[in-house]
Write a protein that binds this ligand. Structure first.
Ligand code: C2G
Length: 130
């Protein structure tokens, strides 16, 4: 069984996230999705995330594309997860091109095309007053 893992915040879950999850799922038989913890995002400078981690996990669950969801709590967890779950492929959007090449030591790394024209940042701007 080929296992794929991908990570993200998935704030205000949108079609770009869904396309990414679908493409990642198509790379193998079993998809693990890592959803960032709120403090992990704050620490990496994402200060305006609207949905809390439980809401974001529920949104990913509702897509029906994840076979397993894990919470990403700390820097360095990707390596631990890849080893723990015996992952074959790490997949992530092309906006991260090259950034995760260091994981090649542990599994195959694939950058998937990003969906143009939609982002959480755009949706947050549209809903500024809510
Ligand atoms: N994505 C996409 N198209 C968009 C927006 C996002 O394909 N229009 C992809 C991103 O490339 C990423 C995933 O959706 O693979 C989740 O995106 P974010 O929620 O923005 O999370 P991100 O900050 O990319 O988390 O450990 C966390 C990860 O390293 C990356």
């Amino acid at each position: 069984m080929k296992k794929v893992i991908t990570y993200g915040t998935y704030d205000l879950l949108h079609q770009g996230h869904i396309n990414l999850l679908r493409r990642a799922k198509e790379l193998g038989d079993y998809l693990i999705v890592g959803v960032t913890n709120d403090s992990f995002d704050r620490d990496r400078g994402k200060l305006n995330v609207r949905n809390n981690v439980l809401e974001r996990v529920e949104a990913v669950k509702a897509t029906g594309l994840a076979d397993k969801i894990v919470i990403e709590d700390y820097v360095g967890q990707k390596i631990d997860d890849i080893q723990k779950y015996d992952v074959d492929i790490f997949a992530i959007g092309s906006d991260w091109d090259g950034k995760f090449d260091y994981l090649n030591e542990f599994c195959e790394v694939i950058y998937l095309p990003r969906t143009e024209g939609i982002s959480s940042t755009m949706l947050r701007a549209e809903n500024q007053d809510e």
